[in-house]
Design a protein around this ligand. Sequence first.
Ligand SMILES: [Zn+2]
Length: 267
Amino acid sequence: MTPGAMDEHYMRLALSAAEQGKRLGEVAVGCVLVHQSGEVLAIGHNETNCSRNGTRHCEFVASEKVLCRANGPDLLRHSCLYVTLEPCIMCAAALQHLGVPEVVFGAANSRFGGCGGTFHVDKITAEGKGDSGCNAARPALRGFNSRGGILAEEAVKLLQDFYKSGNPNAPDVKRHRPLESDASAGEMEKEVVGTVELARKDAERSRIRSPHVLHFIDRHFSRHFGLVWTEERLNKERRNSQEIGTEILSPHLETFFAPAHGFQAEY
Ligand SMILES: [Zn+2]
């Protein structure tokens, strides 16, 4: 198979997973983890709605399936992730910690993407530390290769179809707006903001199970966003959040824009 044909082959598997998730009422994003040998290690779609757990993005779902295998961590370090939507910042950080060396995505995620959409989590490198801030050792971060645009239109179409039919998990008060591309972005914004908030709560509840998630959210995310987001950008996001009526976004960003609120940056 040529590299192009291989990309398309595995992305079609990821799209099938996204479609399956959509039929189950999940945000239509799917992925497949492929070992360097060509073996498909795991396929996953989002499970946030059925589990009511904001960390259950397809990347987490698929990675966890591989981690259940005896040599799972090693398999992940020699695999490539094909995912229909650019991984969000949370997932990109998880992939960093797992040591997945390559990510190929479909549609870019210009609002929450962690592979350049909003921030290059994939480019972060850091020495390992014995104490990450939540009593868990952290391996060195080596970054990972990422590229996108593979069957992107089909990935976007699946998401648009999902949001047109309405996110069944969205409270009525929040389900809204004409069903067009802007509306999709608004829905996605709420979804992802809610997801990060839930991820924080989930991580706080199960520190041992998700120490890196908590580490990332409390350290990398706040710190890097604090550095990257200017006051002007923050004000724009505040206005956006008021326009689309989220209650979570503003306080959420207040927390993450911590340098203005006493957060001590260590980098
Ligand atoms: Zn994600």
